[in-house]
Write a protein that binds this ligand. Structure first.
Ligand code: BES
Ligand code: MN
Ligand code: MN
Length: 456
């Protein structure tokens, strides 16, 4: 019998060339101009699933970008694994910062360089190839379903409805997702939680037009200055968010949990060096990894207003804008937090300044229990391919739809990610090590075998 590693080794060049074809489709969900590419990407993956051995694969249109569903059911007695992933990617801009074009994947220094190399085309494609192995070699032990969406990077706005409408089709014992990171192949980890997200955009308006900053400045309230003051007041000197009620629903982790979590390796100097900063700062009383993993926070994602063109223009702007994300932890509700934000933000506006604030999207945090057959299978499968038991790590990132899956479908997810911190997802020069891609395929195949075994 052909072993898993032989199959992967014998086929790796083809796996990579197929992945490259997928990456070449610029499926940027945020851009209208890429709409046809969204359909092409979904169709590409549909063909991939059918060629791999799926019994069926179908594209469902939504009010946004299409969802791909595929399956191969082997036995009514076998557990069912639903694989989730997303074929959409973030915009590649700023293009001039890329060392090679974002949609022309290349391998350099053992890594694939391209938008989507990791997030999530590279990671999703590992599942397609693991599935191919299982089908082609007659080693499929669980029923396999695929749900692949094209709107993750823009908030998965149409996927809840899709889940509600296709509950029976999507019925499964576990959802398996590779869309997160691990510490490294040498120190493997499994993501045991994700933060939630509440994303808002604000607009503050002062005078009815941009004014001469000499003729009016000093006497007229400046919306850009006001916006800075207002946002600055959203955190106090202890790094805590000042919005009334913001922490009300936060469930504090126990001392035991915190001690357990603190065992994960984290090199502060290396972390700072990797992002080019010389200090880290956050909420008092919490470590760096706690600030990222288990505490909620608030950050400006973009801020603009007034004159931002070349050279100097002396104006006092009429309007200022900001996009603000709040990362949430278990029991905080995204819409409730947005409502608290909007109420507070409106209330702190000075006289004569009008505020518009809008909730764009969000979702709740997710925590994965560690004492289940689902997690056990993850732990064993990683140990099988990487020869080390993985450590559970609470990630600061978000995949808001994961909590929706639990709510709507009643299914828990396992976050078996193979990305690295250094993969620069969402940034210029996104990359994904080829060995992570190949080890990921192997681990996923292990998972399907282990899960059948653990679930018995
Ligand atoms: N795959 C990421 C999330 C992620 C990456 C979680 C690494 C943990 C580790 C996902 O595609 C993503 O970018 N999510 C967004 C939220 C989304 C609603 C735009 C995020 O976390 O900002
Ligand atoms: Mn992703
Ligand atoms: Mn992403």
């Amino acid at each position: 019998m052909e072993t898993i590693t032989t199959y992967i080794n014998d086929n790796k060049d083809r796996f990579l060339s197929e992945l490259f074809d997928l990456i070449r489709i610029p499926s940027v969900s945020a851009k209208e101009e890429n709409k046809p590419d969204m359909i092409r990407a979904a169709e590409f993956l549909k063909d991939s699933l059918l060629k791999a051995g799926a019994d069926k694969a179908e594209i469902y249109s939504t009010d946004g970008h299409p969802v791909l569903y595929g399956e191969k059911v082997v036995s009514a007695d076998a557990p069912t694994i639903l694989v989730y992933g997303h074929y959409d990617v973030q915009p590649a801009e700023p293009l001039e910062l890329w060392n090679s074009p974002p949609f022309e994947p290349v391998i350099r220094d053992g890594k694939i360089w391209a938008r989507g190399a990791d997030d999530d085309k590279g990671q999703l494609f590992m599942h397609v190839k693991a599935f191919e192995y299982m089908c082609k070699t007659g080693n499929q032990f669980c029923n396999v379903k695929f749900m692949i969406e094209g709107e993750e990077e823009v908030g998965s706005v149409n996927l809840e409805k899709f889940c509600t409408e296709h509950k029976t089709m999507l019925a499964a014992d576990v959802i398996l997702i590779s869309d997160t990171t691990m510490i490294s192949l040498e120190t493997p980890s499994v993501t045991s939680g994700l933060r939630g997200l509440s994303y808002v955009q604000v607009e503050v308006t002062g005078p009815n037009r941009d004014l001469h900053s000499g003729l009016y400045g000093g006497a007229v309230v400046n919306p850009c200055n006001v916006l800075c003051d207002m946002i600055a007041s959203l955190k106090d000197s202890n790094g805590r968010v000042t919005i009334p009620g913001f922490y009300d629903d936060v469930k504090e982790c126990s001392a035991e949990e915190r001690t357990e979590m603190a065992k994960r390796p984290f090199n502060r100097d290396k972390f700072m060096q990797s992002i080019g900063v010389t200090q880290l700062k956050g909420e008092d009383g919490y470590s760096d990894t706690e600030r990222i993993g288990i505490r909620p926070t608030l950050d400006i994602n973009g801020i603009w207003g007034g004159y931002i063109g070349e050279g100097a223009k002396t104006i006092l702007p009429s309007k200022a804008f900001a996009k603000i994300s709040m990362r949430l932890v278990p029991y905080q509700n995204a819409e409730k937090i947005a409502a608290l934000f909007i109420k507070h933000f409106t209330s702190i506006a000075p006289e004569g300044i009008t505020v518009k604030a809008e909730y764009l999207h969000g979702g709740e945090a997710y925590v994965s229990p560690l004492d289940t057959p689902e997690y056990m299978a993850a732990s064993m499968s990683v140990e099988g391919s990487l020869s080390k038991k993985p450590i559970p790590v609470r990630s600061g990132g978000s995949i808001p739809i994961v909590s929706t899956f639990e709510k709507v479908l009643g299914i828990k997810s396992i976050l078996l990610g193979f990305g690295l911190e250094s993969d620069a997802i969402h940034s210029p020069n996104e990359n994904y090590p080829v060995v992570n891609f190949l080890k990921g395929i192997e681990t996923i195949i292990n998972y399907h075998q282990q899960y059948r075994f653990q679930k018995k």
